[in-house]
Design a protein around this ligand. Structure first.
Ligand code: 5GP
Length: 191
């Protein structure tokens, strides 16, 4: 998505070898006009899939997920993160290791929001090692729901997340694909 790439070039800050900061439009301050276009791109790609719910993780996935849900006219669920959680029969729970914060979290959603009739589109802000998507996939499996696809705003192709998703033959669309960082600049994957 050209506009997103331009925005990353303009506003993205390369923090180290593998982390990009985009807190002027996605991770802290949010640009709703750009999010609307992002939601539309995901809709165009997945519109023929029978999506009934959008699933993401708090907090940075929420903005693109909401605008995608608006396009599909379906509810958006965000999994909550916990450092520790006691057994609770009303929750679906999965483990996620946070790539940026280097901590293990559990993520959960209430069982009332997902069931075996649901067809789910996962949306997230970044794809790095695929931990967040794996945790969400596990929750979808626990609910007996169907995973229809994954929509990612920014994918870093040099980390192993894409490989994990491709191995499971899950349809995926990433709107910007980054192959690496060089001298503080973002290098996009050739189309
Ligand atoms: P994964 O679970 O694929 O390893 O990492 C994805 C999650 O980590 C995303 O939900 C995102 O919040 C965070 N993340 C991974 N890489 C980056 C990055 O380069 N920049 C930012 N801001 N967040 C990232």
């Amino acid at each position: 998505m050209r506009e997103l790439e331009e925005r990353i070039k303009q506003d993205g800050r390369v923090l180290n070898q593998d982390v990009l900061k985009v807190d002027t439009f996605l991770n802290h301050q949010v640009d709703p006009m750009l999010m609307q276009k992002i939601g539309h791109e995901f809709y165009k790609y997945f519109q023929d899939y029978p999506i009934t719910k959008i699933l993401t993780v708090e907090s940075s996935g929420i903005a693109p997920a909401i605008l995608t849900g608006l396009e599909f006219q379906v509810p958006v669920i965000f999994a909550r993160k916990h450092r520790s959680i006691t057994m609770n029969k009303d929750l679906y729970v999965a483990d996620v290791y946070s790539f940026t914060k280097k901590v293990a979290n559990k993520i959960s959603i209430a069982k009332t929001f997902l069931n075996s009739q649901d067809h789910v589109l996962i949306i997230d802000d970044f794809l790095a090692n695929g931990q967040a998507v794996s945790g969400l996939t596990e929750i979808i499996q626990q609910a007996g729901a169907h995973l229809e696809g994954v929509g990612i705003v920014i994918e870093k192709t040099f980390q192993k997340g894409r490989q994990l998703i491709d191995q499971q033959q899950i349809p995926i669309l990433s709107l910007a694909r980054i192959s690496g960082f060089q001298n503080g600049k973002v290098i996009f994957t050739e189309k």
